[in-house]
Ligand binder design. Sequence first.
Ligand SMILES: *Cc1c(COP(=O)(O)O)cnc(C)c1O
Ligand SMILES: [Zn+2]
Length: 400
Amino acid sequence: MPWLTHLECARCEKEYDITRLQNLCECGSPLLARYDLESIGEAVDRDQMESGPDNMWRFAPLLPVPDGKIVTRGEGMTPLLEASRLQTSLGVGRFLLKDEGLNPTGTFKARGAACGVSMASYLGADAVAMPTAGNAGGAWSAYAAVAGLECHVAMPKDAPELTQKECFLFGAETHLVDGLISDAGKLIAEAAAERGWFEVTTLKEPYRIEGKKTMGLEMALQLGWRVPDAVVYPAGGGVGLIGIWKALQEMESLGWIGEERPKMIAVQSEGCAPLVEAYEQGRRESDFWEGAETLAGGIRVPKAIGDFLVMDAVYESGGCAISVSDEDILRALQMTARSEGMFICPEGAASVAAVEKLIEDGFLSSEDEVLVVNTGSGLKYSSLVSVDLPVVDAGSSILS
Ligand SMILES: *Cc1c(COP(=O)(O)O)cnc(C)c1O
Ligand SMILES: [Zn+2]
């Protein structure tokens, strides 16, 4: 192992051994990877992170996977783009978009899958199993194929068609469920227990979040070792947000950044907003959201097992949780396409729409440097855009 020392329960702090496959703590909470940050600090300088592989594995000292055990398809080190037209039209100080759509399988899920599959394979799993809203299934199926692991996926039958095809194409045993991701989760948990598959459901294994935390490491690196005023993140399970927050803490311990923190802003859809409800009630835990419905499938998660970790980051950073309507999402998606030439995913569009709302209600100001995470490519959601284009006879004219 590099500098990984142990796993620690995020709630009761009980410690677990890193030499075995682990799921949740016996108290039912997620386990977090802990490192010997002091030794990393002595051995590694942040400047060393400025070169290295053009992917997230340049941060290997802060990741759990031993040398030679990395399962990769080049994920990470996605561009941090200036969205100057959005900046002007929305009236923020600076508008940055981290474009996760450029990852393998088209979403940031590749980061979690690369790290999670690397560790599952290294620690001896033969088969992994998970419920998914779509994109995680696509990513884990792909990396399981790279590692030669068997993969079992269950997803809502209305999950984006392309993600269903990805799982199938990458050779995962794929089941469509007439229900929500929470229903798919029950089926997977049962079958995994019965068959001895390693369950890699969101936050039920500790290393997906480590992969996702590299978004936070990259942000600081790309901004010259500082943080923006706000990070706006479309939260389903919230793993990316928890990961970014963890990265910031680790970088501060290493002296790579100071104690400043961006406001962490969790964005949900009005049709599924358990974290927003918890925020509005000043609570740390959310209730199961009945009848979850939104076209942004990645954030259609009625109850997140790590909700208290998302809320901690939101409260400690002075951030907030906010919901937007599906209409706002589609409008923001179109606006971003026309003004920035980017086909972002609906979840990313929810975050763009949230910035607009937060400027209007004064939570964000015209001075703020805002970083929006576009978690995936809109190309995976082409069915969201309907077109009715004129057909012209060849040999006639397109000038009507
Ligand atoms: C999974 C997913 C999300 C939500 O991610 P979490 O980190 O689990 O909150 C957001 N956007 C897209 C495109 C996703 O696939
Ligand atoms: Zn515990």
